[in-house]
Design a protein around this ligand. Structure first.
Ligand SMILES: Cc1cc2nc3c(=O)[nH]c(=O)nc-3n(C[C@H](O)[C@H](O)[C@H](O)COP(=O)(O)OP(=O)(O)OC[C@H]3O[C@@H](n4cnc5c(N)ncnc54)[C@H](O)[C@@H]3O)c2cc1C
Length: 451
């Protein structure tokens, strides 16, 4: 994007409500800049298929690709175009581990199959890109969690996962300094299987690969109804339908969708925002992030950071209530943080290129315990959703696993198990707690150098 184009985009301010609902045009997201948006045709007429996948985010894209690879006749439809929602708007971190192992106890086999799958496919994003020739600016440069002091929590998490088979190392200040260009952090864990990716390109790359081996893909086709017809399911849109043996809803919380409305109440929604700077001088990036490592700060993780191939610094955070549309404000917070952590940032011209918002859907009100879910919505209708803040790795992985169990007609043997949708209580409290109290307090603590 040229400076002129960026300025023109910034002048056409979407309404504040669109920021608050995470639905500003996806063209605002940094991941879409410099790329031609996809334009799959709408579904017109009546089709038949083995499986219809609804929702072409990173989850539905992976599921469709892995189904097509197994020779299953698949139709993928999206209300807009692939990666229009969270998958085109996220922070680009590829995190091959989960923050808490506690939820494993509730999974089949006490979570052993899930863990085995995660370890075996710890490099899945990078492997998929390689296998299908997807250029998604993916960099397996490691994911680095940094702390100001030695942290027992980081140490124990790293040791647990290293014991399970992930490539993770604990670093002291001497090893950290060259990676992060600051003395502020003296302790960190480097997860070498992780890194960063352009999630918009990853998702669209998987959709393209799926279409290349036979999946039929339709855009601008919101699914409106799903009804039993004989022993099969008829999934209808405004201008067409698909009659299929099975339906998988990868609609990330199913928000605003009037059929199977109970799915919308299975999760705790949380608005997040992202912002990207204009490309920064190489000399500056060589100091602060020479390896393009994906960075996050322990314990608050206020400003996770990645650098794209153009040299933009990209971060995401949670906007305060009533402030979702204030890109200027969130940029100022970020800039203040950068200048505090990297004195060099005071001498560099750092400007906001773009700001956007998106929704996450978490299966638990305890952030660290939000594992994705495979729901049995009806006999032959499934929901694969609620990937929280971990869709970039878990989306491709679970898409692959669910394709495996659907091909074998054994949904209960999915590594996540397969459960009936359960409604959560007080869904809004999670967002209120984070947006009104926890994040503003963390921001204050960061500002006064208390964390
Ligand atoms: C700001 C932000 C930062 C994040 N950072 C990270 C990160 O760094 N790393 C990470 O791993 N994760 C991150 N996440 C989370 C990650 O983006 C999600 O977990 C992931 O994208 C979810 O993918 P999905 O395919 O389930 O959903 P989505 O990408 O939301 O896709 C759902 C799709 O379903 C379609 N749809 C919905 N209803 C219908 C219907 N009725 N008919 C047809 N189609 C329908 C939508 O149009 C959409 O395309 C972040 C999220 C946000 C918002």
């Amino acid at each position: 994007m040229t400076q002129g184009q960026a300025e023109a985009l910034n002048k056409q301010q979407p309404h504040a409500d669109l920021y608050e609902t995470g639905s500003v045009p996806v063209e605002r997201s940094v991941w879409t800049l410099d790329h031609t948006p996809p334009s799959h045709p709408p579904l017109i007429g009546d089709l038949e298929a083995d499986i219809v996948v609804v929702g072409a985010g990173v989850v539905g894209a992976s599921l469709s690709l892995h189904l097509a690879e197994r020779g299953i006749d698949t139709v993928l439809i999206d209300a807009a175009q692939p990666a229009d929602a969270a998958s085109g708007r996220n922070a680009g971190h590829v995190q091959p581990y989960l923050l808490s192992l506690e939820p494993l106890d509730a999974l089949p086999g006490k979570g052993r199959p899930f863990l085995d799958c995660l370890i075996e496919h710890r490099n899945i994003v990078f492997e998929l890109c390689e296998r299908h020739g997807i250029d998604a600016d993916q960099v397996q440069s490691g994911l680095l969690e940094v702390a100001r002091q030695k942290s027992a929590a980081l140490e124990s998490k790293a040791k647990k996962w290293a014991g399970l088979g992930l490539d993770v190392e604990i670093l002291g200040s001497d090893r950290l300094r060259p990676l992060v260009g600051t003395d502020r952090y003296s302790y960190g864990t480097l997860w070498r299987n992780g890194g960063s990716v352009n999630p918009f390109l990853l998702t669209n790359g998987m959709v393209r690969a799926a279409a290349g081996i036979g999946a039929r893909v339709y855009g601008n086709s919101p699914a409106r109804a799903c009804e039993r017809q004989g022993g099969r399911w008829k999934l209808s849109t405004a201008s067409g339908s698909v009659l299929a043996d099975r339906v998988v809803l990868c609609t990330n919380g199913h928000v605003g969708t009037n059929f199977y409305a109970n799915l919308e109440r299975t999760q705790f929604p949380l608005l997040a925002c992202g912002l990207a700077t204009r490309p920064l001088p190489k000399s500056f990036l060589d100091v602060v992030n020479p390896m393009r490592t994906a960075l996050s700060q322990h314990p608050a993780g206020l400003y996770p950071m990645v650098v794209d191939r153009k040299g933009r610094l990209i971060t995401a955070t949670i906007p305060g209530v009533g402030r979702a549309h204030r890109g200027d404000l969130h940029f100022q917070y970020f800039l203040r943080h950068l200048r505090r952590v990297y004195p060099e940032a005071r001498d560099v011209r750092i400007e906001l290129e773009t700001y956007w918002t998106g929704m996450t859907h978490n299966s638990s009100a305890i952030y660290d315990k939000a594992y994705p879910k495979l729901y049995r919505v009806d006999d032959g209708v499934f929901g694969l959703m609620n990937f929280g803040s971990w869709g970039n790795h878990l989306g491709p992985m679970m898409g692959m696993d669910v394709a495996r169990v659907l091909a074998a007609d054994q949904p209960d043997s999915a590594v996540l198990g397969c459960e009936r949708p359960q409604q959560v209580r007080f869904a809004g409290l999670f967002s209120t707690k984070l947006r009104r109290f926890l994040i503003p307090s963390a921001r204050l603590a960061d500002r006064f150098d208390l964390v």
